[in-house]
Write a protein that binds this ligand. Sequence first.
Ligand code: ADP
Length: 487
Amino acid sequence: MINTPHVWMLRLGAVTLALVIFLVDWLTSLDVAIAVLYVAVILISSDLFSYRGMRTVSLLCCLLTLAAYLLSHVSPADAWQAPPFARCLVSLAAITISAILALKSKAAKEALQQQVQLLHRSEACLAGAQRLSRTGSVGMKLPDGRLNWSEEARRIFEFEGPEQPTLQQMISRTHPDDTGDLKKLIEEAYAHHECPEAEFRLLMPDGRCKHVRMLAQRAADSSGCCEYLGALMDVTTAKCAEEALHQSQSQLAHVTRVTILGEMAASIAHEVNQPLAAVTTNAEAGLRWLNREEPNVIEVCGAIQRIMSEAHRASEVIRGIRALSRKSEPRYLSINLQEVLQEALLLTRRETRRHKVNIEFQPRQDGLWVQGDRIQLQQVIINLLLNALQALSCTPPRGRRLSILLETAPGDDVRLRIQDNGPGIPAQNLPRLFNPFFTTKPEGMGMGLSICRSIIEAHGGRIWAESEPGHGAKVCFSLPGQVPASS
Ligand code: ADP
């Protein structure tokens, strides 16, 4: 109750009315229960006083009734006359009953007011939280498609005006490429009672694009009408950050690929030089066989065939290098991981020889298929091979072993394991092995394994390392397997 002058005047009026009733009840000798009029005072007071104030007013009315009765019937003989006493009792009963009812309704009203205040407060908290988390809510009644928007949801869609935006307005604000999906999602949610979850774009009138994530839950189902309560999140910032991260990751991956090629320059030069030298030798031999008095055509054919296969070998190496150094967006295709592994082994062949490492690998007849980007997966394998070769330089040359196992794993996965018998990885390094910039090499960048992890995770796979002291290191990755492209 706010104590405005108006309220004070009304309170004064109620007290005056009580005093008037008291004086009339005391000073007049009418044979009616005038004190019953205190009920009016109590009813008026219920809007003017607090719960405690009303209790006081009710008590005061009872006391005034008693006082008037005692004062107007001063002699003991008068006091016990039945009619006035009965009138007094009736008045007291009426005052008490109306006081109890008024107090009850006052208590209920105060409780309701408190609830309303709490409701307002939680509404304000919700609106604040929605603003902070950039999450709005929309209630949607189906099949008529009536919508009930929270303030934040309207802000996300940039709807202005006091009216609740319609489903049509919502759809027309959606990016033209995503409207079909959104309509389908709403129809399917209604038909199959699903809890839809989707990400779509909004196209603002000024051409800006926003990314919104929507989660909805069926809230009520009465009279054939179902209601969905949806949360709408503005994920534009996160999307842009994800995009930027993706771009910088792919740039970084490209830079590291080029760095690897730089590191392998000597080996690559050798890999190309060797077939070129063989081509020259075979060409000279072929010429010699031709220049004889009786040219030996069979030998010449053999030389030409060797030239062809050596040229093919050189062009394979060059193709691999070109692919690795090219900067292109990842292309996810169905690929045979065994072929990717063999290409990586070809590119690192010279390094393997230089480190005098014996590679143990049993190729499978069928190969194993995954969905992925050939170049990125090749980069991962080359990285793991180079790490293992570098680790093996600490082991005496005679015992250096690197074993590769390509196999299927539980859950239709394909797993590749590269195991060396180098010094292994100390247990304290294992948890941070895949962290960016973690390196134990004086010239190391510490980006190789971190990039391998982002590539493998982007392919829906997992990469991990194991090492037991004195038993070298095992670095493995697994990818979701695929049915071969031909079948
Ligand atoms: P860099 O090769 O530049 O150091 P990586 O991310 O490729 O970066 O490797 C990080 C670290 O992981 C290496 O410095 C090395 O300490 C450790 N490591 C990776 N592979 C092996 C392995 N096969 N054996 C022992 N240590 C390894």
